[in-house]
Design a protein around this ligand. Structure first.
Ligand code: PHE
Length: 357
């Protein structure tokens, strides 16, 4: 074979091999490496070109043309393969970045009121709608407001029943306590009225934390009460019963039967515990109401004349009713919550279930 034919054959073989490799290149990077390997300064084509120098001068243009054609063919094939790979890579990227608009979005969990606060708001709202004014009192109380003015004198056995947290205030002879019930707000609200030169009628609802040294499935050392009272001329037990009936039906969102059962509280006379028809068995009798069909929900009564006297309201002109209820207890009954402690553990699974309104 002549020198020129051998070179032509080499170029031919080089071109075939190169085209096959270009077509197989996996990605743009591999293709770029092939471009350098074939067309680069130290590439395959250059090394073939070195053989051209050995040819007789008259043959050089012939092979020169052939080399150029090969070079062009390789360059063209490289460009084609390159644009093909580029568009493939672009497609793959678009595919990977595709947004599935049918997927549900990321949800954020909004905060919610604690179930006790929620219940407390529901309850006070019902009384507000009935015309009772909101009042507040301190959680750190004194013996006068928590006990004495409520007709519970120092030697009274009821005082011992209150499981009170007492403490001394440094530098004073005062004994303070954490209020054991919201009834001291009755005293404060009536005093405020009298001190301002006012007179009944007075219709008040107060809600807040109370404390008793007691802890088990149904008792927590801190819990919440709602206190309601009304003082006016000719207030009777019938008014008390009417307000209770309306409130309990509104809160439980159904007509619940109620009954007043005689009881004793030092600050009311007569006093009654209030039962509702069991909300779990619809008053038929079940495990929760111990077969009786009734569940006790709150304490109530007609304000004792001694209480009115303690704040300077004339009990021969005015009378009143009062009641106090446990917020946690009512929320438990409304939502079928079995254990009081759930309210204070702050397990988010419980809070989410209760908060999702
Ligand atoms: N203060 C009472 C208690 O905590 C409840 C109550 C309030 C009873 C008002 C009668 C009148 O148990």
């Amino acid at each position: 074979m002549s020198e020129i034919d051998s070179l032509k054959a080499q170029l031919q073989a080089l071109q075939e091999k190169a085209l096959a490799l270009f077509a197989d290149a996996a990605d743009l990077k591999a293709l770029q490496a092939l471009r350098v390997a074939y067309l680069g300064k130290k590439g395959e084509l250059t090394s073939v070109l070195k053989g051209v120098g050995k040819l007789p001068p008259q043959d050089r243009p012939v092979i020169g043309q052939f080399v150029n054609a090969t070079k062009n063919a390789l360059a063209e094939a490289l460009d084609k393969a390159e644009s093909l790979l580029a568009s493939k890579e672009k497609e793959a990227r678009i595919d990977a970045e595709r947004i599935d608009v049918t997927l549900s979005g990321r949800t954020s969990t909004p905060g919610a009121l604690h179930p006790v606060q929620q219940g407390l708001h529901e309850m006070t709202a019902i009384f507000s709608q009935m015309g009772f004014a909101l009042a507040e009192g301190p959680e750190i109380e004194d013996e006068f407001h928590n006990f004495d003015a409520l007709n519970i004198p120092a030697e009274h056995p009821a005082r011992a029943n209150h499981d009170t947290f007492f403490f001394d205030i440094e530098g004073t002879a005062d004994t303070k306590l954490l209020r054991t019930h919201t009834s001291p707000v009755q005293i404060r609200a009536m005093q405020a009225c009298v001190d301002a030169g006012g007179e009944p009628p007075l219709a008040v609802v107060a809600a807040g934390r109370v404390y008793r040294c007691d802890y088990d499935v149904t008792h927590s050392p801190m819990f919440h009460q709602v206190e309601v009272f009304k003082v006016d001329k000719d207030v009777s037990l019938a008014h008390l019963k009417g307000v209770l009936q309306h409130f309990l039906s509104a809160y439980f969102e159904k007509d619940v039967p109620i009954r007043l059962r005689p009881h004793y509280f030092p600050f009311t006379e007569p006093s009654a515990e209030v039962d509702i028809g069991c909300v779990f068995c619809n008053h038929k009798g079940c495990r929760i109401c111990k077969g009786s069909g009734w569940i006790e929900v709150l304490g109530s009564g007609m304000i004792h004349p001694n209480v009115l006297k303690a704040v300077g309201i004339d009990s021969s002109i005015y009378s009143g009713f009062a009641f106090g209820l446990g917020v946690e207890r009512l929320v438990m009954l409304k939502h079928g919550i079995p254990d009081l402690r759930l309210f204070f553990e702050n397990d988010v699974r419980f809070l989410r279930r209760m908060g999702a309104k």
